[in-house]
Design a protein around this ligand. Structure first.
Ligand code: SF4
Length: 381
């Protein structure tokens, strides 16, 4: 058995770690690209969600590298994610790929089913103790990765040299990929913290941007689109390069902690608090991440963020529901919100133009707000 799996941001580092800990033979497909999307688009129905198309492209590219088994994520709930696994399996088989498919889905459906599939992936050579250790270690790495990403969201807008930030980010990810012990993970996090401190002091000095005046933007939306930079057109990075501090509402470990470990493990940025915040606007589950999107939007608005960006793939029903609610949040809190829908025809240049215009608008709102507060202060109110 040679396993391949789909890309979703840095998730490949976590999956690779899990498979290595279990001694499972695997191939990591090349990162998402135009070619990956073209392959998936040819195989999938036209109306299929963008993540499904890219997943299919990943599997086919994995097959070209010798994979014969696809590790697929699945889901439960009213949106298409509920039958993703089965659909991908059928499409691959119809396209002539004699793939075995292992679908890992949250235990809401059947805990026994999930355990059986994990057992199938791990094979007879791993006992349950080893499997549990491997799962927990991979999860710990996922939390560390999310921490690293969040660190860079805070660091990037303050540094004028974006290439240096990219280099350091890649170095941190590769160091974490190689860390195969708890101690190793801690060392990478400490190394990064020292490195950032050192670069702040030595390299940038007076060029270091002023943290006080940095615009703050929250990024919400469908998890795959938010996490996968090829799909989001690297919007978080672009905002950072424009001097905006980005805060991402949802991370892989936060989602896994809530949906797979049922809240027993605290992932990075737990998503549970979003549900109560979303309630006045959306009080029942509509699939996908609509409740997280609405709840996170309310949280950012209450915390005084300057703006919000919602990311969604074209035709994503739960996010369309969220998008229809966000104007109400915007009205209640006066926070500007930009909704960005992506599909296989989306071009990066167009997205960048919209992002720049949005940042411009936020800057003007900030100036207007500061001016208004100044006038009120002078008037002694
Ligand atoms: S959440 Fe949206 S993109 Fe994801 S499977 Fe459901 S409909 Fe498709």
């Amino acid at each position: 058995m040679k396993v391949t799996f789909p890309h979703m941001g840095n998730a490949w580092i976590v999956i690779q770690t899990l498979l290595e800990c279990l001694n499972v033979d695997y191939v990591t497909p090349p990162p998402n690209s135009k070619e990956t999307l073209n392959i998936g688009t040819q195989l999938a129905p036209e109306s299929a969600c963008l993540p499904l198309k890219l997943n299919l492209g990943n599997f086919v590219q994995g097959a070209a590298l010798g994979a014969d088994t696809a590790l697929i994520t699945g889901g439960v709930g009213p949106c298409r994610f509920g039958y993703y696994g089965e659909l991908e399996k059928q499409i691959l088989q119809e396209a002539g790929y004699d793939f075995d498919v292992i679908t890992l889905e949250p235990p809401d459906g059947s805990i026994l089913g999930l355990l059986q599939r994990i057992r199938k992936l791990a094979g007879p050579k791993n006992n349950w103790r080893k499997i549990t250790q491997a799962l927990l270690f991979a999860y710990r790495k996922s939390v560390a990765l999310d921490r690293i990403e969040n660190t860079f969201h805070g660091y990037r807008p303050l540094v004028p040299d974006s290439n240096r930030v990219d280099q350091l980010y890649d170095e941190a990810r590769m160091n974490l990929l190689q860390a195969m012990s708890e101690q190793g993970i801690t060392e990478v996090l400490n190394w990064l913290s020292d490195k950032i401190q050192e670069e702040k002091v030595c390299s940038y000095g007076e060029n270091y941007r002023d943290k006080k005046n940095t615009l703050r933007v929250g990024v919400v939306g469908e998890i795959y689109t938010v996490l996968e930079p090829y799909v989001s057109m690297e919007i978080e990075k672009e905002l950072g390069n424009l001097g905006v501090l980005v805060d991402r509402s949802i991370y892989l470990s936060g989602w896994v902690g809530q949906h797979v470990f049922r809240g027993l493990a605290q992932g990075y940025k737990p998503i549970k608090p979003y549900y109560s915040l979303a309630k006045p606007y959306l009080n029942h589950f509509v699939g996908g991440h609509a409740m997280e999107t609405v709840g996170a939007a309310v949280k950012y608005a209450q915390e005084g963020y300057d703006g919000l960006v919602q990311l969604l793939p074209l035709g994503c029903m739960p996010e369309i529901v969220a998008a229809s609610i966000l104007p109400k949040v915007q009205e209640d809190y006066g926070i500007p919100i930009m909704t960005l829908t992506v599909d296989e025809h989306t071009g990066k240049a167009g997205v960048l133009t919209r992002v720049e215009a949005f940042v411009d608008l936020l800057e003007r709102s900030r100036i207007y707000k500061d001016h208004k507060e100044g006038v009120l202060e002078l008037a002694g109110r």
